[in-house]
Design a protein around this ligand. Structure first.
Ligand code: ADP
Ligand code: MG
Length: 248
């Protein structure tokens, strides 16, 4: 992403959610995005994923620059190249596990391959649950179904917005280990927003956002080191939100 900018007009006031972010996400790497509430993390994910159009700046997924695409082309690109994982799973309650996982394939007119489906559900550890509805599963199991769904089209990049935010510690650790293995074994690319330094410690690097800017970047680090960096940014005022609403 190059000079990625997103402003919102809120009752005539311009709110800057992203203020010209430059970043590259190498194929086959796992990046955690941290920062205070309102710092632009979700906006970064949504504009990078082609779910939302930036006000200025450019985004590429592989060789494709998104701003040149029509809505139809953007939808097609999202379906084939991008996977999403949300905090609250966003599974379709009326569909069973298998139907949820194969939904992106069916939306794209791709016939689900039985062997590939079995590999996928075994990898995420829900092979015995294919006929269950989401409501019959624990939160951790639901999130593993959502990850399988995100991977179904073999996307170039998976965006996860606080994927462990609604999970207990044990389920969170399972989900994070799964995301790590998706990068290590499948060479896929993951960009994950999290508030949790333990979750961020699974990533290859950590970007910290404040007021729509990247204010820090750490290589793969333990949770204590990440927490210390956040605390130090907080003390120096970098995370204080002093720019927001400043106008001039
Ligand atoms: P985060 O995910 O880090 O909490 P967001 O990306 O959701 O932050 O929001 C960044 C800023 O943009 C915040 O000030 C938020 O209020 C504002 N914002 C986000 N979405 C909208 C919207 N749809 N309309 C107006 N303002 C928004
Ligand atoms: Mg958010």
């Amino acid at each position: 992403m190059e000079q990625l900018t997103r402003t919102y007009d809120v009752g005539g006031q311009q709110v800057t959610a992203l203020a010209g972010v430059d970043a590259a996400f190498t194929r086959g790497t796992f990046t955690a995005v941290m920062g205070p509430s309102g710092s632009g993390k979700s906006t970064l994910l949504q504009t990078a994923a082609g779910l939302d159009r930036p006000t200025a700046g450019r985004v590429w997924i592989g060789q494709t620059e998104l701003s040149g695409l029509s809505e139809t082309q953007l939808t097609r690109l999202r379906r084939s190249k991008v996977g999403f994982v949300f905090q609250l799973f966003n599974l379709v309650d009326a569909l069973n596990v298998e139907e949820n996982i194969t939904l992106p394939l069916r939306l794209s007119g791709v016939r689900p391959d039985r062997r590939r489906l079995m590999e996928l559900v075994d990898r995420v550890g829900i092979g015995q649950r294919l006929g269950h509805r989401p409501a019959q599963l624990s939160g951790g199991q639901q999130q593993r179904v959502a990850i399988a769904r995100a991977l179904a089209m073999r996307p170039e990049v998976v965006f996860a917005d606080e994927p462990t935010g609604a999970l207990d510690g044990t389920s969170a650790a399972e989900v994070l280990a799964l995301l790590r293995s998706v990068v290590d074994d499948q060479g896929q690319t993951i960009i994950m927003v999290t508030h949790d330094p333990v979750a961020a410690s699974y990533a290859d690097r950590v970007l910290v956002l404040a007021d729509g800017h990247i204010v820090s970047e750490l290589p793969r680090s333990g949770a204590a080191r990440i927490a210390a960096e956040l605390a130090s940014l907080g003390r120096s005022g970098s995370l204080s939100g002093s720019r927001s609403g400043a106008g001039a």
